[in-house]
Design a binder for this molecule. Structure first.
Ligand SMILES: [Zn+2]
Length: 226
């Protein structure tokens, strides 16, 4: 499987690498991004781990194409901050609308070129959704009426069977967030767009594992992994 390391926002202060895994078999394109917020380090580590496991062929794609951007916001990541302004409020809010930040614009243009069937945005959040209906930790979020819902329900069911502590179970949330990359991908590109949120008060090893398990589960739902 040819793997290509490419550059996003190359030549600017926001330059960051991304990885393009393209199989020879026709299939869906899946885009995975992490580090839109620079302090959500388990999602960044999970994305890097996926790149490593695909590069070493420990994980082998069956068909389609997978593009991973492990650290979108390098300057925020270097300072381990969320980023100012919040990059995840600067994506196009509808068809014909422009991004409000050069980095959001570069990432969005890449997504526009790829037209991904699935768009997965990896994040971290406070709290545990199982005990607090307002908390976003341990959730998968998609748009209301998204075509992703049946696959997300399947994935949450099987994933929760592997998590012995019920308090750490994942829940589905349906939410529209204008300016976020998820909502831009859903509204404009018509992708099945999902935000993955682990709870960042849990151990990092555990959070990274959840993130990897969610992405691999969705790659199976999309038919890219067996
Ligand atoms: Zn975030």
């Amino acid at each position: 499987m040819p793997i290509q390391k490419k550059g996003l926002a190359s030549g600017s202060s926001y330059a960051t690498p991304y990885y393009d895994f393209q199989t020879r078999r026709k299939g869906p394109t899946v885009m995975v991004v992490a580090g839109i917020h620079g302090n959500e380090t388990a999602s960044i580590q999970a994305a890097k781990q996926l790149v490593d496991r695909l590069s070493s062929r420990e994980l082998v794609l069956q068909k389609g194409r997978l593009v991973i951007v492990p650290i979108v916001h390098q300057t925020a990541y270097r300072k381990r901050i969320r980023g100012v302004p919040d990059l995840n409020r600067t994506f196009p809010r509808g068809p014909g609308k422009k991004a409000g930040h050069p980095l959001a614009s570069a990432l969005y243009q890449l997504a526009e070129r790829l037209e991904p069937s699935w768009y997965l945005d990896l994040h971290e959040a406070n709290g545990l959704s199982q005990s607090n209906s307002k908390a976003l930790g341990q959730t998968l979020i998609t748009q209301p009426r998204s075509r992703a819902v049946p696959a997300l329900r399947n994935l949450i069911r099987s994933l929760n069977l592997t998590i012995p502590l019920k308090s750490r179970h994942f829940n589905l949330r349906l939410h529209e967030l204008p300016g976020s990359s998820r909502t831009a991908a859903a509204r404009v590109l018509k992708s099945r767009a999902v935000t993955v949120e682990t709870c960042w008060s849990l151990d990092k090893v555990e959070r990274v594992r959840y993130q990897v398990d969610v992405v691999c589960g969705l790659l199976r739902e999309a038919g890219l992994l067996k």
